[in-house]
Design a protein around this ligand. Sequence first.
Ligand SMILES: NCc1[nH]cc(CCC(=O)O)c1CC(=O)O
Length: 302
Amino acid sequence: MKILRIATRKSPLALWQTEHVAERLRVAYPDLQIELVPLSTRGDEQLDRSLAAIGGKGLFLKELELAMERGEADCAVHSLKDVPMELEPGFRLPAILQRADSADAFISNHFDDIAALPEGAHVGTSSLRRRAQLLKLRPDLRVSDLRGNVNTRLAKLDEGQYDAIILACAGLLRLGMADRIRSRLDAPDWLPAPAQGAIAIECADNADDIARLVAVLDDATTRICVEAERAANRALGGSCHLPIAALATLNGENLHIAGLVGDAATGRCVRAQTSGAASGADALGKAVAASLLEAGAGQFIA
Ligand SMILES: NCc1[nH]cc(CCC(=O)O)c1CC(=O)O
């Protein structure tokens, strides 16, 4: 192969992540030439509509997958939390990079944390998962939609449209905006989206040479953790459009997973956790999903 062509979305975060993958591949293969193929996706363009309304799973992937099918790109880089639980047939994820910070962040120009927000404060997030957890802690808050890429969302906060917003720490750290994080929203009190903070590389199922090449960036620990988190989400019928949170951590051979399903309207939440052998990541994810359903999660995700 002379040149590796990597498809990417055009948002600053997507471009950072793809440049990061490219840089790591250049270190692994000094002779490899890499070209970025920046593409716009429906998820990026239809910012006036909610993601659920646009309909969909794989909204941020489709155009990148089409480019691979047309032979215009060899692989694509994604935030794994945006990748549907059921990958499009004909594709695989040969590399999942070591996870960065998995936590959510509380961002505000006036307040230090959720507890410090005044009665009835206005918080921006389009995530049902974040909304449910916010209302659980503070039923008085007014939570409204906030879409767009990370930079757009921060601009809307700075314009005064919101008292605070919630974003992933990982995105802010990658964009050099760690100073925007007023406080971290950490487990076990607050749980992130399944696979938050992990970057994945996708290629065609039959592209064995590409898969072998990029597999040098795969991180076994992250793969085990996100396998459990995604198995839990899958078992709950989840996409990023349901109020589902999960975080798995690996300690030696012991895999622990905590899950949460919330009601975005009321802030009612059910939680469950379990642990077991790292070799049973998929089963552990299914088990935590079963516990959540047993605890009544079904009523929130119907
Ligand atoms: N929903 C968009 C999205 N997809 C991945 C990230 C952050 C980076 C990551 O989780 O790896 C973000 C932004 C955010 O939630 O603040």
